[in-house]
Each structure stands twice: as structure tokens, then as C-alpha cells.
Design a protein around this ligand. Structure first.
Ligand code: PLP
Length: 391
């Protein structure tokens, strides 16, 4: 059979760091080992039943069997605006300040292509969600990383960025509650970000994927809650985590009108819009009962407490995440993140993600997903304790 080589653009895309780890886990499972997989970020709970019920109802309505309108249904944009007003007190114009997305990832990959020309500079956090790099590669943009250091609560220190980098930068990605570190942002940090963005003409994209997951009574801050945010950027919200809808592929971008219209223009050329029944169910999620969100947050907090409390009790002095469903754990002295992840897999049959997979500044940590039951997390602690590393 003829082989058609992929384009240069395709071959320039970043390699999947975690593919080899996932393969190795598969091998252990096929050999019959009881592997506890905390290495990935897939919510383990089902979508709340009232949202599924709405999808079922909407799926049999012939109106939804036709093409959805370009840019999505207005009722979903209105639902997103209502959600932001109810949750954050932020007022949005549904016609100009909301774009519907096929999940947050789609928006994050589209944005560099919407705003950057080849060679333009983009600032991305390190460690960070690896998919940011996919959009950057497609736009042929230049990456400058912003180190997230523990001593700075995993917030970038803009003073570290050189003046010529700042003057060239056109776009910046931020993400709080943060994947992988579990850190949250402060109002002062967002204030500083907005000032920098204004001074240097940088568009800020705040990825708010874990917006609903905050611990110790702290509700994570939306970037748009901070004065001036809309002038300089947008926020990407997804239903994947808040409502356990990762498989549904629905999210939205909110904020700066010019960026929203650029996203919609690109999407007009690439897609029509989401299945109407998914849009109806998404609107139900955003405007219907919210008790499920509170319960989910409490579930993750209980899991966090079991894991972090347990690890402290066996002598592993780790820091508790403030939000997201990840814990970012410092590996024991003398081991790289990959070596330590391998030890956990080979000797305790626990899969965690080595920090180096999230960037150079992720070295020295592993990321653990709070995506298994409290009982399984207690077992994780017990299995690690048996290794005798921390005693
Ligand atoms: N942003 C971050 C930081 C994530 O961890 C994820 C998913 O894991 C996403 C965005 C994308 O989520 P989705 O495409 O399901 O909306």
C-alpha cells in the first residue's frame, strides 16, 4: 500500500510524553497486577443524572438532528452568561463575549492560531498542561516558559522575564487552580497580570478548567472577577470537570470581544457546532441544580485529606493542594521524577505522572490524581508505606 508521509506541520507536533508510561501500565494490568492508576486526569464520577436525562430528551427531538446554527445556540451562550453572573458576579454579553467550544482543549489549541503569526512569542507556564504546546506548534509560535516555583506558590514571577521577551510576547497562558501543582491564584497576582498585559499588549488566556474545585472553604477566583480582565483577555471554562462531562466535549470561552470573535471566525471555518442535544444538556448543567457541584468538591476534598493526611502519617512531608483534583508531591532526595514514578509502578503498582512530563520545572515532583475512592487512596498510602522509603 502507498504510504503518504505526514506534513511538516504534523511532524512538528510535540510528542506525547506519557504514552510510554500508559503503555507500561497496560503491560502490568495485562499481567494481572492490581494497578491503582492516579497518573491521568479523567474524572471518575458519572455525569449528574438530571443532565443525562436532558440529553436523552433532547436527543429524540428532530430539531436537534439538523445542523446546529453556526457558533452554537444562543440559549447556551445565555446559560454561560447566567452561570458567570451567578457564580462570579461577572456580567457578559452572550452575543459578543461568549464562544462555545468543543471542550476546553479545543479552545486552547485554537487560540494561538487565532492570534499569533509564525515566530510570535507566547508565554506558557512550566510546569503546565502539555496541550498548550500543541496549539503553539500549530501556530508555529515561539514559546517562552514562565517557571512556577514552590517558593512563589507556583505563580510565575514576572520579574524573571526579560524586557525584550515581554515586549515581543503577544499571548500568555495561565491556569488556576493549576494542573499539575494544585495551586490557586490570588487577586493580587491577577492584578499584576492585568497591569503587565496592559503595559506590554499581551493577551491573557486564563484556563479555568478546575474553577469548581477549591478546598478549605476557598472558592477559586475567576480571572474575569478582577477589574480590567476583560480588557486584556479571556477565560476558558469547561464542563468536563465541574459536571463530570469530559466525554461530552463542551466548554466555552468568555471575555474580550475581539478574541471571542477571532475564535468564532476560526470555528466557522472548521466546524458547524456541537450536537444540539449536547448544547441543551450543557445549558441544563449550567443553569440547573448545583448541589452536585458542591458534593463533587467535597468528595475531592475528602480524598485529598485521606491522601495527604496518610502520606504525612508515613513520614512523606508533602504539601496539600488548594484546588484542582491533583496533588503535586515532592519526590525523595536523589531520585528523578521518572525514577520515582517507576519505583511506584514497579514496586507498589501505583501509577503517578512524573513531573518532568509537564516541563523542566516539573522535575522533582510527581502528580497524583485524586481520581480514585478514599479506600483506594488509603491503600496507596499503605502500599507506599510498605516500600519503607520514608521511615
Ligand atoms: N486545561 C487543563 C489544565 C486540563 O487539565 C484539561 C483537561 O485535563 C483541560 C484544560 C481540557 O479539558 P477539556 O478539553 O475536557 O475541556
Amino acid at each position: 500500500m502507498k504510504q503518504f508521509p505526514p506534513s511538516e506541520l504534523l511532524t512538528s507536533l510535540p510528542k506525547q510524553f506519557f504514552a510510554s508510561l500508559v503503555k507500561k501500565v497496560g503491560e502490568y494490568i495485562s499481567q494481572g497486577y492490581d494497578v491503582i492508576n492516579l497518573g491521568q486526569g479523567n474524572p471518575d464520577q458519572p455525569t449528574p443524572s438530571h443532565i443525562v436525562a436532558r440529553l436523552k430528551e433532547a436527543a429524540v427531538n428532530p430539531i436537534n438532528h439538523k445542523y446546529s446554527p453556526f457558533q452554537g445556540h444562543r440559549y447556551l451562550k445565555q446559560a454561560a452568561a447566567d452561570f458567570y453572573f451567578r457564580e462570579y458576579g461577572v456580567t457578559l454579553d452572550p452575543d459578543k463575549e461568549v464562544a462555545i467550544l468543543f471542550g476546553g482543549k479545543a479552545g486552547l489549541v485554537e487560540i494561538p492560531q487565532c492570534l499569533l503569526n509564525p515566530g510570535d512569542t507566547i508565554l506558557v507556564p512550566d510546569p503546565g498542561y502539555p496541550d498548550y504546546l500543541s496549539g503553539v506548534a500549530l501556530a508555529k509560535a515561539e514559546i517562552v516558559t514562565m517557571p512556577l516555583r514552590e517558593q512563589n506558590n507556583f505563580l510565575p514571577d514576572y520579574k524573571e522575564l526579560e524586557e525584550d521577551v515581554l515586549s515581543k510576547a503577544k499571548l500568555m497562558f495561565l491556569n488556576y487552580p493549576n494542573n499539575p501543582t494544585g495551586a490557586t491564584a490570588t487577586r493580587e497576582f491577577f492584578d499584576k497580570t492585568i497591569k503587565l498585559a496592559n503595559d506590554q499588549d499581551i493577551c491573557v488566556v486564563h484556563d479555568f478548567a478546575y474553577g469548581a474545585i477549591g478546598f478549605d472553604g476557598e472558592k477559586p477566583l475567576s480571572f474575569l472577577q478582577v477589574e480590567g480582565a476583560k480588557e486584556v483577555g479571556i477565560e476558558i471554562y469547561t464542563l468536563s470537570k465541574t459536571f463530570n462531562m469530559a466525554g461530552w466535549r463542551v466548554g466555552f470561552a468568555v471575555g474580550n470581544e475581539s478574541v471571542i470573535s477571532a475564535i468564532e471566525l476560526l470555528q466557522d471555518h472548521m466546524y458547524v457546532s456541537l450536537f444540539g442535544a449536547v448544547q441543551e444538556a450543557a445549558a441544563e448543567a449550567l443553569t440547573g441544580p448545583q448541589e452536585c457541584v458542591k458534593e463533587l468538591n467535597e468528595l475531592y476534598e475528602r480524598r485529598r485529606n485521606v491522601l495527604i493526611g496518610g502520606l504525612h502519617s508515613i513520614g512523606w512531608n508533602v504539601t496539600a493542594p488548594k484546588g484542582s483534583f491533583f496533588a503535586w508531591l515532592k519526590v525523595p532526595e536523589g531520585k528523578s521524577s521518572e525514577e520515582f514514578a517507576n519505583i511506584l509502578l514497579e514496586q507498589a503498582h501505583i501509577m503517578v505522572a512524573p513531573g518532568i512530563g509537564f516541563g523542566e520545572f516539573g522535575e522533582g515532583y510527581v502528580r497524583v490524581g485524586l481520581l480514585s475512592s478514599e479506600q483506594r487512596l488509603a491503600e496507596v498510602v499503605e502500599r507506599i508505606s510498605r516500600l519503607g522509603i520514608f521511615s
